[in-house]
Unconditional design. Sequence first.
Length: 651
Amino acid sequence: MAANLTKQILEEHLAEGELKPGEPISIHMDQALLQDATGTMALMQFEELEVPRAKVQRAVQYVDHNVVQLDYKNPDDHRMLQALARKYGLHFSRPGNGISHYIHMERFGKPGQTMLGADSHTTQAGCLGMVAIGAGGLDVAVVLGGHPYEILCPEVVEVHLTGALNRPWVQAKDIILELLRRLSASGGKNKVLEFTGPGTADLSIPERATIANMVADLGGTAGVFPPDERTRDWLERQDRGGDFVDVAPDPEAEYDERIEIDLSELGPLVAKPHNPDNVAPVEEVAGTPVAQVCIGSSVNSGYNDLALPGAVLADRGGQIVHPDVAATATPGSRQILTAIAESGVYRQLSDGGVRMLEPVCGPCVGMGQAPPSGANSLRTFNRNFPGRSGTPEDSVYLCSPAVAAVSLLSGKIEDPREYGQPPELLPMPELRPYVDDVHIFAPAEEGDAERIEIPRGPNIKRPPKHTPIEDRIEARVATVQPDDISTGDLAPDGVEVMAYRSNVPAIAEFTFRHRDPEFRGRLKEWGSGLIVAGHNYGQGSSREHAALAPLYLGVKAVIAKSFARIHRRNLIAQGIVAVTFSDESDYDAAEVGQTWTLPAIKQELQDGAETISARIEDTGQDLALAHDLSEHERAILVAGGLLSYLRNRER
Ligand code: MIC
């Protein structure tokens, strides 16, 4: 059978299972990516595996998220991570180098390889033809420990791009927004999107990166652009021509599904609050006042993304960012920062009144630059979940750099096509001179590693302990949540909360703080509880704090209509039962305070029972709950979590 590229890569890395969509498989990982906000817990869990050295070809610890140093907490984390990386064989990218995904694409991504990253947008590396998957910190720790990664074998969807982005002001961001419009935020679940067709050839690597990054926002497992001449050229400019690998889908390769997009027909799109899939044509929202315009983030912080707004400002002869607008720009990496500084783009933006930020995730994760209250913010970012910006009642619109560039002039969302032809961009200087890895520190030699002491600041607490499951679960419903709850509702973004990423007891205090402020109080009073939720529960980020905090608070099980892939796995890895309603209407029977029992949970998991029995004690209603737990996952739950499971297995 003619194999697509994803299937070939998975085949080559298959450790266990059969490559049939929906079947549990495990895959060997070549590379691992960690960032600071997830890396602290990931590496502290790695320490518990007692493996002296990370066992992947390349592992890189970045610092790009928690970079606001309001006090000692974040710098203490950075210091600990640097020492852990040195000791355990990871490269360490110092703060200021740039956004993990952007640097990884520049310096480490390699066609044909696999990567697991403790960040949902790890998918970005698929722009170079890798199968790159986002996961919770514990799963990444386990991969560093030399184990393969467990996942359901994904379907492979061919996204066939025809035509070209030849309409003025239409950009790569519009391609992924179009996919979000068509498929929704959960439409990519358990799917890898492989991009084919003549339309891909014209897309630069950063444009492919924009698309592959936001495959995560479709709930997708990965996005893969088979490598081509553009990939080769990109790697050569990065002084990494030797990393090019000529892998490709077989001629007439088969796919599980096919989507076609004619790029010549696309127009500029905008995702309205509060979900990346709430997509509308720009003309529908044109005229909406905005108090803030932010350009950058892992999806749109490449040279052209910044050069276009720079050129728009310069082209308008002295016009500046509208007085009622605060505008920011973030380069993706030190390389991009140097390029815009040398080409003059930095000056164009700065002269125009754009606030220039350092190369980090920044406002995308609410790390500063929160918008004013009661106002709209327009951002070239990938997510707009409620409150993510740091302002509780925020209203964030997502768009391309083209829409952002024209809107910052008027203080309203504008249709860029009204502006005639786009201006000439200042050309990018030759890349080669800026390629330098002096700020990415190699680990210590193995012989020296043992002596490295790990400094831990007072905010750093060890991960919570796991306890084996009991024969039955009896607990009260601590909250009932609607569809599309994001991990940001559970473990919020922003400077204040994210500073507790290495302190689970402290971060737990913020769980559901906006959605259900009484939730924590109930759990403290009752000692344990259950969460009942709608569809796509736990969408968005990979942050395992969305499972660690409930674990710490005593949550025993989450019963949802459906789960987002990474969060479901994070719950299981932390020993929290994640099951679904067989009959979705049973969700309507759930009320806070009811006592539910799962009377034979341990036995049913051990036996591999098809359904899990449950009972609402208050009404006497019996429920049959469904699950898609693999044999391993059932064993993980019985052991009380992935670490205990691995420990038991090794005994
Ligand atoms: C995100 O974009 O939501 C984040 C912040 O990068 C997260 C990681 C985190 O919460 O630390 C992600 O995408 O996984």
